[in-house]
Write a protein that binds this ligand. Sequence first.
Ligand SMILES: Nc1nc2c(ncn2[C@@H]2O[C@H](COP(=O)(O)OP(=O)(O)OP(=O)(O)O)[C@@H](O)[C@H]2O)c(=O)[nH]1
Ligand SMILES: [Mg+2]
Length: 181
Amino acid sequence: MHDDEKDVVASYKIIIAGPVGAGKTEAIRSLSDKPIVTTEEIASDDVKLMKKTTTVAMDYGVMKLDGGEQVRLYGTPGQRRFDFMWEILSENALGLLLMLNAEESDPVDDLNYYLDSFMPLIKSSALVVGITHAENMPWDLHERLTQALIERGVPANVSVVDAREKDQMKMLVRSLIYMLS
Ligand SMILES: Nc1nc2c(ncn2[C@@H]2O[C@H](COP(=O)(O)OP(=O)(O)OP(=O)(O)O)[C@@H](O)[C@H]2O)c(=O)[nH]1
Ligand SMILES: [Mg+2]
């Protein structure tokens, strides 16, 4: 047994999904206790206008919560042309952290798209939503996202976070783990 596997009371596999630029890779970088595994490539076409690199297969990081629970974090690629990875990564996952970019043209539409795509996982596990890039967020966005979740009959905690802030992201992961236990 590795030293870092000692004192692990439980282990959870969590998926982090959401559109390009929502901050999935950044969140895993903030959260992970170890250097993360990424598959970032130089972005092409429209993504290039937003940022230099983009995830093409997956991100992986691992963190330990205060209670000793180990959380394995799997980040998905945001680009829809890599959506075949979403199902592969979701296998045996215990929860979904959906990150939505408040600066996108229609984050409620993004929410509905990801609810449709990840419904099998959501039904068998739990969901939390993190709204990023929220510096100039429309005042009613939180309410509209919460309402959309109620309409779909999906219970979920919606929080405003900055993916670069470890403590904020840790709180979100903790709330997901609480929903599971
Ligand atoms: N201003 C601001 N920037 C953020 C926030 N969250 C993340 N970022 C930045 O936004 C960019 C998001 O990049 P990534 O983490 O690569 O996004 P991603 O979701 O992994 O995107 P893909 O891999 O392309 O799907 C990074 O430069 C982050 O530092 C936030 O809440 N506010
Ligand atoms: Mg990424």
